[in-house]
Design a protein around this ligand. Structure first.
Ligand code: NAP
Length: 252
């Protein structure tokens, strides 16, 4: 069980994009670890309610909230609400993300901008909004979601890969800035994980992707959440500014 903080009976985690996929798995995993968990979603309130019910089975407080991570105002309101309802945030997981794939020649300005706004600016907005309280308390852990696309690049994903590479630079820089105040910041870079984000891929393309994975399958959201929960916890007390790949050894 996480240690208690001064305002609540359990540590408090905020997960973005918690209604589905990797974010959902993180909400469940952190609740299982005894955290009170707030999570945000963009629009799918029914999916969020299902996650709330599932996570509440672990006996901690679960708080779903609609928010647009791309908007600074929305994120500040989100963090304020979490503070009022659950207490100061000990752990932040930034999982909200979108893909808008297209070859560069066909990419629209909107596809480029939306991807940057949600993935990269969204990560900045969240970290910016929580870090002051963490600095005051001289503790906290942040886990950002990058991608193997950000490490190696992927055709038709120049926008997405730029955001995921940007998240790596952002994460390492922030970790170096706040490590002296007891705050750890790490990135997880998943490979090919079975979620809605990849559900619409053409089956042939999917098979070709799986052929490049030495472990011979897609990853599961639960497997990513296990790593996120470890990095967020005191078990990872000496790990910061790291990018941990979880990709079945994918050859890119
Ligand atoms: P997903 O299943 O598509 O879920 C995306 C989540 O983000 C949903 O909860 C969605 O809310 C939320 N979201 C989207 N835009 C938002 C916004 N503007 N404000 C707030 N929430 C927003 O995605 P996933 O596959 O779990 O991916 C999670 C993270 O892992 C992403 O950052 C992704 O880039 C990264 N990743 C995924 C893979 C993969 O293979 N799946 C690989 C590498 C990295 P709604 O439900 O309301 O729409």
């Amino acid at each position: 069980m996480p240690e208690q903080n001064e305002t609540t009976s359990a540590k408090v985690a905020l997960v973005t994009g918690g209604s589905r996929g990797i974010g959902r798995a993180c909400v469940l995993r952190l609740a299982q670890d005894g955290y009170d968990v707030a999570f945000c979603y963009a629009s799918q309130s029914e999916a969020a309610e299902v996650v709330r019910k599932e996570a509440a089975e672990y006996g901690t407080r679960i708080l779903p909230l609609q928010a647009d991570v791309a908007s600074g105002d929305s994120v500040r309101a989100l963090v304020k609400k979490v503070g009022e309802e659950l207490g100061s945030i000990d752990t932040l997981v930034t999982s909200a993300g979108v893909v808008r794939d297209n070859p560069l020649l066909l990419m629209t300005d909107e596809q480029w901008q939306q991807t940057l706004d949600v993935n990269l600016t969204g990560t900045y907005n969240l970290c910016r909004a929580v870090v002051f309280e963490m600095l005051k308390r001289r503790s906290g852990s942040i886990v950002t979601l990058s991608s193997v696309a950000g490490v190696h690049g992927t055709p038709t994903q120049s926008n997405y890969a730029a955001t995921k590479a940007g998240i790596i630079g952002f994460t390492k820089s922030l970790a170096k800035e706040v490590g002296q105040y007891g705050i750890r910041v790490n990135a997880v870079a998943p490979g090919f994980i079975e979620t809605d984000m990849v559900a619409d891929l053409d089956p042939d393309h999917k098979s070709r992707m799986i052929e490049r994975v030495p472990l011979g399958r897609m990853g599961k959201a639960d497997e990513v959440a296990e790593l996120v929960a470890f990095l967020a916890s005191d078990k990872a007390a000496y790990i910061t500014a790291s990018v941990v790949q979880i990709d079945g050894g994918i050859v890119v």
